[in-house]
Write a protein that binds this ligand. Structure first.
Ligand code: FBP
Length: 559
């Protein structure tokens, strides 16, 4: 066996906590049905597209004193999309649940994401295999991928692979796009009498797959704590050297939950929130004004340093940029397949794109530095999204602010020094050792996924809630995936997709930032969260995020 680090050795021994209802295994459960559901929007279209899986009730589990036997089942599991801390524990929970229900049950892991089920690439798990991965970060147990499962051919191939392995249920661990795949596959299997159930698990560090029943997606807790540790360290450095402005872009493809949570944990001088930028219709130029104003004022107070937190998805929320990117996405759907475009030089590509964009959008595109123009043309992901992680917004802001400050200097309105460092925190947090919260939550989600399978459900998302209470009091159940869906444009066409939950500007989490940001801008109130702790007092090791606590109506002592 490969050599393990001391922390790995200790974490392998950690026994994740389960909600009380699941502690006696899935054979002593009773299913309680809630009321029928409907999709968040576009009900008629979603109902027509998901005729067999639409409108089902939410469900919860209750323990019974009697224990039933469970028929033998083979289950397949897929890790889909971006890595998020705790994925291995979802698989460990699913494995333990299924083996506890009937030791003859088998769990197969499809390799490399959804392509594994199409291509028939898999492994069968056993105790030894699973035990090496308990409470570890990463998705390397079977790998992940972003293949979109949507065509008849892919479904047919998936069916053939499942049939050959005797698989009667598939668990897809993924974010909004991957759970959209899960919903499509579930519907197709029912429509074609395949006898194969599909259950989703809410994963994504982005924290945007949530509603009343899904209080948070797994990975958000660990990733935000990891970024907060790094921001805190940089704040200490900035406050020591007092010579740099640090511009820190924080991952989160679309919603700003990650940046907002990391900011509440660290209290930097500037925090941009994409949803606010969109709601206030802030142009790029007005964002530069806002940031420059703080930089100038701090400089007047003798502080030529500071910290600015920028959400990864910002660029798409700046109205003129969002409109240009959406126009660009439509154009790129065909240009990406056009070899004369693919082989053209950078300047030729810019001209081709500008000639195809609407005149307003072409002007916006043309005004950007070449670096950003090139990054905007990078391949779309399989779901047709521009890959915002590849767009260096933090550098764009630094460049534009530098220009603005030079102008002010020339006008005699600024005499400070502006020296900036840029950072992008994303990959640093996606595979961290799961926090105790994520270790417990993920294990419970996986354990619960098998309970949903055992009751014959399909097209459901594993739901474990009441998460600000001790794990004992968590509530296990499921919600129909179609409940979270609406119609959106992808690759130039309207498609059914799970709606992303964005930061609510009238919610308590954003309000906490709003109430404090002026003070944090000028007076340095930096917090230093330090590294995630796994051993020690519960007040340090087991606390959940500020976002979750505020959204669940908790009052915070620390912020
Ligand atoms: P998921 O929604 O699949 O969980 O992925 C989220 C994410 O981590 C985003 O925050 C980020 O924009 C994206 O993945 C980057 O993905 P990739 O590394 O595949 O480019």
């Amino acid at each position: 066996m490969t050599k393990l680090s001391p922390l790995q050795i200790e974490r392998l021994k950690y026994q994740p906590k389960l909600p009380k209802s699941l502690q006696n295994g899935v054979n002593s459960l009773e299913l309680v049905e809630g009321s029928a559901t409907q999709s968040v929007r576009d009900q008629e279209q979603i109902k027509a597209l998901f005729a067999n899986t639409y409108g089902k009730p939410t469900v919860t589990f209750k323990t019974t004193s009697s224990s039933s036997s469970s028929e033998v089942r083979n289950v397949g599991v897929i890790l889909s999309g971006g890595q998020a801390p705790g994925g291995h524990n979802v698989i460990a929970g699913l494995y333990d649940s299924l083996k506890n229900a009937n030791p003859a049950n088998k769990l197969y892991g499809f390799l490399g994401g959804p392509s594994g089920i199409i291509e028939g690439k898999y492994v069968e798990f056993d105790d030894e295999f699973i035990n090496d991965y308990r409470n570890t970060g990463g998705f390397d147990i079977i790998g992940s991928g972003r293949t979109k499962l949507e065509t008849e051919e892919q479904f047919q191939k998936s069916l053939a692979v499942c049939k050959s392995l005797g698989i009667s249920a598939v668990v897809i661990i993924g974010g909004d796009d991957s759970n959209t795949n899960a919903a499509l596959l579930a519907e197709w299997f029912v429509k074609n009498n395949a006898g194969i159930q599909v259950i989703g698990c809410p994963k994504t560090i982005d924290g945007d797959l949530k509603n009343e029943q899904i209080e948070i997606s797994f990975g958000f807790d660990t990733a935000t704590k990891t970024y907060a540790e790094l921001i805190g360290n940089i704040q200490r450095d900035a406050n020591s050297a007092k010579k740099y402005w640090h511009f820190i872009k924080i991952m989160g493809r679309s919603a700003s939950h990650v940046a907002l949570e990391a900011a509440l944990q660290t209290q930097p001088n500037i925090t941009l929130i994409s949803e606010e930028v969109e709601a206030k219709k802030m142009s790029l130029s007005s964002i530069i004004d806002y940031m420059t104003d703080i930089i100038v004022k701090r400089s007047e107070n003798g502080k030529n340093f500071g910290i600015a937190v920028v959400p990864e998805g910002l660029i798409e929320f700046i109205p003129e940029m969002g409109s240009m990117i959406s126009n660009l996405n439509d154009i790129m759907a065909s240009l990406e397949k056009d070899s004369s475009f693919v082989n053209a030089s950078a300047n030729e590509k810019f001209s081709i794109v500008e000639s195809k964009l609407s005149s307003e959008n072409a002007k916006v595109y043309a005004s950007l530095p070449a670096l950003i123009k090139t990054q905007l043309l990078a391949d779309r992901d399989p779901h047709g999204n521009v890959q915002v992680s590849k767009i260096e917004t933090e550098k764009l802001l630094i460049e534009m602010i530098s220009e603005r400050l030079s102008q002010l200097k020339a006008e005699g309105k600024y005499s400070g020094k502006f020296s900036a460092q840029s950072h992008f925190f994303g990959y640093e947090g996606r595979c961290a050792f799961p926090s105790n919260f994520d270790a417990d939550y993920c294990y419970s989600l996986g354990y619960n996924a098998f309970a949903l399978i055992n009751f014959g459900l399909t097209g459901y998302l594993s739901s474990v809630r009441n998460l600000t209470q001790p794990a004992d009091e968590w509530l296990a159940g499921g919600i129909p995936l179609t409940m979270m869906m609406n119609m959106e444009k992808r690759h130039g066409e309207m498609k059914p997709v799970i709606q992303k939950a964005l930061v609510k500007l009238d919610g308590p989490v954003f309000k906490k930032l709003q109430d404090n940001r002026q003070d944090w801008a000028m007076n340095d109130r930096y917090l230093f969260p330090g590294a995630i702790q796994y051993f020690g007092p519960s007040s340090v090791c087991d606390i959940t995020t500020i976002t979750l606590q505020l959204e669940r109506g908790k009052t915070l002592a620390s912020v």
